[in-house]
Structure formats: C-alpha cells, structure tokens
Design a protein around this ligand. Structure first.
Ligand code: CAO
Length: 439
C-alpha cells in the first residue's frame, strides 16, 4: 500500500477558490470518485472528488482556505493499484465552464432541481464530477448535498440553508427531513400518533371462540372516535343539576304531549338548556378552521344526540333548536330516533351539528367521559338521575332532591378549564330553574 497526495485538479479559469466544506475525516475509507471537499467561486460551487480509493491519512486543508489547481487536499493510503489510463471523460474544467456560462446568463435563477440533469452532456458525468450550481441569491448547495437530498427525495427549494450565503448543508436537509416526519399526516387520521401494533393472540388457545364482523356503522364511527380521541385534548368537567322541579314540570306536561303523539323526555329540555349555555358561552359553539389558524364561530344552534341502534352508534342532528319549543324538539327527537333505529337516516339528518348530547340516563350509570364529536369542541354526557340528600341553606336541612349527573368533555385547545366550569354551572342553573329555561 502506498500513500499518495491528492491534489486539486484542473478547475479551469478559476485560479483561487474558497474551500467551503470538508466532506471527509481522517481515517475515512473512501472510494474513487467520492467527494472530498467542496470549493466555491463567486459563480459556482463544486465537489472535488478523490482520484483513488483508500484510507484518508491526513487532511491538509480547512474551511476558508483558498485553493487552486495543484493545492494539496489530503494524503491517502491507496487500497487499490490502478493503472492510470488517459480518459476521454469530460473534465472538471469543461463542466465548470459550461455551468459558469449558464449561470452568467441567469444570475438570479432559482435553484435547479434536480440540477445534475441540466448538464447538456451526451453521457452523464459521475455525480462527483457533475458541477451542480446554485448561484441564485437565496440558496445554493454543493453536489454532495444535492446527491444526499436526491437520495432522500428532498426538494431543495423547500430547505433553508444555514451555511455561508444561505448555502444548504447536509445538516439542513437532516433538520428538514426530521421536521417533515414530525408533521401531522393525513393518512394516519390527522395525527402523528403511531401506537405499537396490537399483539396477535390466538384466542382459541384459551377456549372456544366465534368471529363476527364489525357493522359498517361501527367501522366508520370507530375510526372517527379514534381520530377525535387522539387529536382533541379532552378534559371532562363533572357537575350535578337539581332537576326536581324540572322533572315535576315535565311530568305535568306529559299528558298534553301524548295527545300530540309526542314523548316528552328529559332530553328535549337538555337541548333547550344547552342552546342557552351555548349562547352565553359562544366559544362552545365553534370549530377550529381546517387550516388550524382560526375559530369558526357559529350563529346557528343545531344539536346532535348520540343514538344507540342495533347496528351501533349514530348521531342525528336536531336543527335550529333555538327557534323550537320543547314539544317541537321532542317531536324531532322521536322522529330522528325512529329513523335511526329503522336505518332510515339520511345524510342531511346527521349533518350540521354544533354540539352533541350523549344521554345514557335511560340506561344507567353515574358519570362517564364522552368523546367529542369533532370538529365540534364539546359534548355533554348525561347520566341517570337519582334522589340525593341536598342541603337546603334556608331551612338548614337536607332534602331529598332529584339530581342529574352531567359530564362535559371539551377540546382544551379551544376551551379553557374556567369556561368549562362556567358552562356546566350555567347549565346546572338553567336545569334547576324551569322558568329560566323556558323563557
Ligand atoms: N335519568 C333517569 N331516567 C332517564 C333519564 C335520566 N337522565 N333519561 C331518560 N330517562 C328515562 C326516560 O324518562 C324514559 O323513561 P320512561 O320510559 O319511564 O318514560 C327512559 O329513561 C328511556 O328514555 P329514552 O331512551 O326512550 O329517551 P331519551 O330521550 O332519554 O333518549 C336516546 C333518547 C335516543 C338518546 C336514547 O334512546 C339512546 O339511544 N341513548 C343512548 C345514547 C348512547 O348510546 N350514548 C353513548 C354514546 S358514546 O358516547
């Protein structure tokens, strides 16, 4: 093995160019044509390739040095013995002159991408000999950097250069790629959350099993629920409302409602109370705009309700709740629930919601944490009412009262905790005083 000097080759009419990047380290094992350093004139930058394969024993230059043809770049211990034969390949000199003349014609042209292909050569040059020029005012990059970018499929026009004169360095591309990988992706349901794979368990090894396919509704709602759960930071605010008087009033109206063929349930009153609270706290009647920059504030009041059907969960929407009385709302609720259970809901029946109520009161339970129906920003969970001892300050005694548990989940990107508590406090006040609610 012999140690040889690597010298700057013929670089044409440029008699002094700056070393702007050292691409090798002492001890590196390199192959013939690998780039060693990048030099730059006022018109062009180029990589200087190694004429031999071998191990770098010493680097004789540093960034900022001025070099010309014949300057010593490094000492290399050759690992191959090559018989030097004169080559007919285009020289570095010819290529740099070719490009320099192009650059002179278009001094502020944008960075060509991918630039290696712009050379009008019959046979493409090896990459290290391709003179890749970026002399635009804004950015430029050396051939090795361009090759690195090309291998990763990176368009350099999007990369911010941190080198001298905004030159793009390898580390800039690495930073760019990292930031791109961390951006939310549309194909993972709008999040960059990648859970580990579910373990593949053979359940038959534990006992008898039966497989059933998920219903279409479950497949669709499952994907939506998952997206909403991982994209919206949920907070759930709990509260209790004293609905003793409201329930007495509802019962007193039930006969009249039945005559009109309407079942007047608590849910109709809940809708009225929620619209009242939405008017008092309009932030709850908003959505984050698709570009994530603004809040869309809605001046209409359509309330969705989670409806349990044999095929799964659907959310029909009662439109214009503000303009309707409780009987009209109850009528809509009845019609939409019937349509849902008979699988007759139309797309329009499930669109345009501003806020959702999920009532499990007819079934049971004390409290739960409902998942927001995004892009809405809040959902109210209603659990089963029960008689509770409530302290009456006026008479200084506990009284048996009918108490309704409320669970408000909200998107903390939009709604602050204080507003969450204000909203449930307002709801509680409305539900406790039927006169306020119906005014
Ligand atoms: N506390 C105590 N009783 C309640 C109640 C409450 N909060 N809410 C309803 N009830 C009673 C009703 O008064 C009714 O009693 P009667 O039959 O004696 O009159 C009974 O429970 C059944 O009510 P309902 O379910 O017919 O009517 P509703 O208006 O309360 O609810 C609907 C309608 C569509 C919301 C409901 O049928 C339903 O599907 N609930 C499930 C929603 C769901 O799955 N949510 C979870 C989604 S995951 O977030």
């Amino acid at each position: 093995m012999t140690t040889e000097e690597i010298l700057i080759p013929d670089i044409g009419s440029f008699d002094s160019v700056d070393v702007i990047e050292i691409l090798i380290n002492k001890g590196d094992e390199i192959k013939k044509e690998d780039p060693l350093i990048t030099v730059e004139s006022d018109k062009a930058s180029m990589d200087i390739p190694t004429p031999h394969s071998g191990i770098i024993k010493e680097i004789k230059l540093k960034v900022g040095d001025k070099v010309k043809e014949g300057s010593l770049v490094a000492l290399i211990e050759k690992t191959e013995v090559s018989i030097e034969t004169p080559k007919k390949e285009p020289s570095v000199k010819k290529a740099i002159e070719n490009i320099a003349s192009k650059v002179a014609l278009e001094p502020t042209s944008p960075v060509p991408e991918p630039p290696a292909t712009i050379l009008p050569l019959e046979k493409p040059l090896p990459i290290s000999e391709s003179i890749l020029v970026a002399s635009g005012k804004n950015s430029h990059a050396s051939p090795s950097v361009r090759k690195f970018a090309r291998n990763l499929g990176v368009n350099l026009n999007f990369v911010k250069g941190s080198g001298p004169k905004n030159r793009i360095l390898i580390k800039d591309i690495e930073i760019y790629v990292k930031s791109e990988l961390n951006k939310p992706r549309t194909d993972d349901m709008g999040t960059h959350f990648s859970p580990i794979a579910m373990p593949d368990i053979d359940f038959t090894s534990f006992g008898d099993i039966e497989e059933k396919s998920l219903s279409k509704i479950k497949k669709i709602s499952g994907a939506n629920l998952h997206r909403n759960w991982v994209t919206a930071p949920h907070v759930t605010q709990f509260d209790d409302a004293d609905i003793t008087d409201l329930e007495a009033f509802r019962k007193s109206m039930q006969k009249e409602a039945e005559k009109k063929g309407v079942k007047l349930t608590l849910l109709a009153f809940m809708m009225k109370a929620c619209v009242n609270a939405l008017k008092a706290y309009p932030i709850f009647n908003s959505s984050i705009s698709p570009n994530g920059e603004n809040l869309v504030m809605k001046n209409y009041y359509n309330i969705g309700f989670a409806c349990d059907t044999p095929d799964g969960l659907v959310v029909p929407v009662v439109k214009d709740v503000l303009k309707k009385d409780v009987l009209e709302i109850a009528q809509d609720l009845g019609n939409l629930s019937k349509k849902a259970r008979e699988r007759k809901l139309k797309i329009d029946d499930m669109q345009g919601g501003c806020f959702t109520i999920s009532s499990l009161g007819g079934i049971g339970g004390t409290k739960f944490t409902p998942i927001i129906n995004c892009p809405e920003v809040a959902i109210l969970g209603v659990s089963r009412s029960s008689i509770q001892p409530i302290y009456n300050k006026t008479i200084k005694e506990f009284e048996p009262r009918l108490v309704l548990p409320l669970s408000l989940s909200y998107d903390h990107r939009v709604v602050d905790g204080a507003d969450g508590a204000r909203f449930t406090t307002h709801l509680r006040a409305m539900l406790s005083d039927v006169r306020k609610l119906l005014l």
